[in-house]
Design a protein around this ligand. Structure first.
Ligand SMILES: [Zn+2]
Ligand SMILES: [Zn+2]
Length: 492
């Protein structure tokens, strides 16, 4: 498969640069749905290509944790829980990195969602280094730059007005009120040689704040330009809206960087938007294995994606979980068998079971389960077919006990045993499928190999019971599957 132009161009761009830093930004005010993942996955896929070409790559995830929480973010964060929204609404307007964790498990509100996001990214094989900007501001990393921007306030706004007539920043710096801790209603009134005079609409007071005590964060475009310099960032994903040349974030940040922060050159990694029907939110993430979703988002990074149920089905049928087996087939055929032996599964199989169960529920409208055999499943069947199945099961159980878990040793003799079931083969196999509830499942030879021996023994035992009762109650003609002639006599 040919490589998307984005990766080819990036590899060419950094061909002679041994160390490359790829960064992606986030505001960890809530954990978004699958749409929000594309940016991180495109950054990581770029890093993967660079690493494969022999570069040393630093992957950064920068959380704007000094951003103020807003009501919309809170609503998503607490899963629309009205009680929690009411309880925490007083937090809106304060920086997320300074709020407590509503669930009490992390150092701050931001740290909670940073951990959740990192956990999710780890599932996709992304392991970026987290940079929480609230920590950087707290440690004074931004302080000299903040002071410079404030001292050159008029020069910066004049430069922006001249270069980007369509863009007038609301504020160059968001002051955190030293009195109430909110930052959404503060406005700088004056920059003096000792500090700033700022008015807080929440306190309805004006505060004089010395530079040494000044807290707050730079306008996002300034922050973006500055972080390129601070972390020597080489490449960063931007959606097309951010790359709009007239007043898009990238163009403005690049101009600011060139004029005020030493002009770091950053390669934008354009990625297309992900649109999705509302009812699919969260379900795609739950239902597709991480490599399938990763591939869907990164194969053609610049193309807009419309995630529909049809696209999810196509992706499931194209994604191979092992040689020759698509994810869709695995969900339909292997999952019911795996569910019987959860303890024996590998980590990869457990992941597939988790995703496959959700996929079945959301996209196939069924619960993947292998039912336990019960009397009612065999009640209407004619004895000759039941005896045929009992005989086959005994021989298969013996075969599996001798061949262990080796498919190669099992396959040919098992196929012969199945052929020998004639003349009732079709009815016997149908009976087996209806007992297990797997009319559409695996080929029977394979199912008989994968099902736990205890399960097969249970079916056999049930057949024994049923047939012995039938023998006592009725005198039926002897079939060619006379139990006494079988190689493995029944123990009980
Ligand atoms: Zn927490
Ligand atoms: Zn205040």
């Amino acid at each position: 498969m040919s490589q998307a132009p984005l990766y080819t161009e990036t590899l060419q761009r950094f061909e002679n640069q041994a160390i490359v830093t790829v960064a992606a930004g986030a505001t960890c005010a809530y954990l978004g749905d699958e749409r929000s993942l594309r940016e991180f996955l495109v950054a990581d896929e770029t890093a993967r290509h660079l690493r494969a070409a022999g570069h040393t790559v630093f992957s950064l995830l920068i959380d704007d944790s000094l951003d103020p929480l807003n009501a919309r973010q809170l609503r998503v964060a607490v899963n629309k829980d009205e009680k929690l929204q009411e309880q925490f609404q007083g937090w809106c307007g304060k920086p997320i990195g300074r709020l407590p964790d509503p669930w009490g498990c992390h150092a701050s509100y931001a740290a909670h969602f940073e951990a959740k996001l990192l956990d999710r990214l780890h599932d996709f094989g992304c392991h970026p280094t987290l940079i929480s900007t609230a920590d950087l501001y707290r440690r004074g990393v931004y302080a000299p730059y903040v002071r410079e921007v404030l001292e050159r306030h008029d020069e910066v706004t004049g430069f922006l007005a001249q270069r980007f007539p369509g863009y007038t920043p609301d504020r160059l710096f968001w002051v955190i009120c030293p009195c109430c801790g909110y930052m959404d209603a503060t406005r700088m009134e004056r920059v003096a040689c000792w500090g700033v005079q700022a008015y807080c609409g929440r306190c309805e007071k004006s505060h004089g704040i010395a530079f040494g005590d000044l807290e707050g964060k730079l306008n996002w475009k300034l922050d973006c330009a500055l972080r390129w310099t601070l972390f020597k960032i080489d490449a960063e994903p931007f959606s097309k809206a951010y790359l709009e040349p007239k007043a898009g974030t990238f163009a403005v940040a690049r101009a600011l960087s060139e004029r005020f922060f030493g002009g770091a050159y950053v390669q934008p990694l354009p990625y297309g938007l992900v649109k999705m029907e509302r009812h699919l939110s969260g379900r795609v993430l739950e239902s597709l294995p991480a490599p399938a979703l990763r591939n869907l988002f990164t194969e053609h990074p610049a193309t807009d994606l419309h995630l529909t149920a049809d696209l999810v089905m196509t992706t499931a049928s194209r994604h191979e979980v092992s040689a020759g087996t698509s994810y869709l087939d695995a969900v339909k055929q292997l999952l019911p068998v795996w569910l019987l032996t959860p303890d024996a599964l590998t980590k990869g199989q457990r992941d597939l079971v988790a995703h496959g169960t959700a996929f079945s529920r959301h996209f196939l409208d069924s619960e993947p389960a292998l039912r336990l055999p019960a009397r009612e499943h065999i009640a209407g069947e004619v004895p000759v077919v039941l005896e045929g199945l009992r005989c086959l099961l005994r021989q298969i159980i013996t075969l599996r006990q001798t061949t262990g878990s080796c498919w190669e040793s099992y396959q040919a003799p098992a196929k012969r045993l199945l052929d020998d079931v004639a003349p009732h083969k079709k009815a016997v196999l149908h009976c087996f499928r209806s007992i297990t509830g797997q009319q559409q499942g695996l080929p029977v030879t394979r199912a008989l190999f994968l099902l736990p021996l205890t399960y097969l023994q249970l079916v056999e035992h049930l057949l024994d019971l049923h047939l012995s009762v039938a023998v006592h109650n009725t005198v039926h003609p002897k079939s060619s599957y006379e139990p006494e002639t079988l190689p493995l006599p029944l123990a009980a």
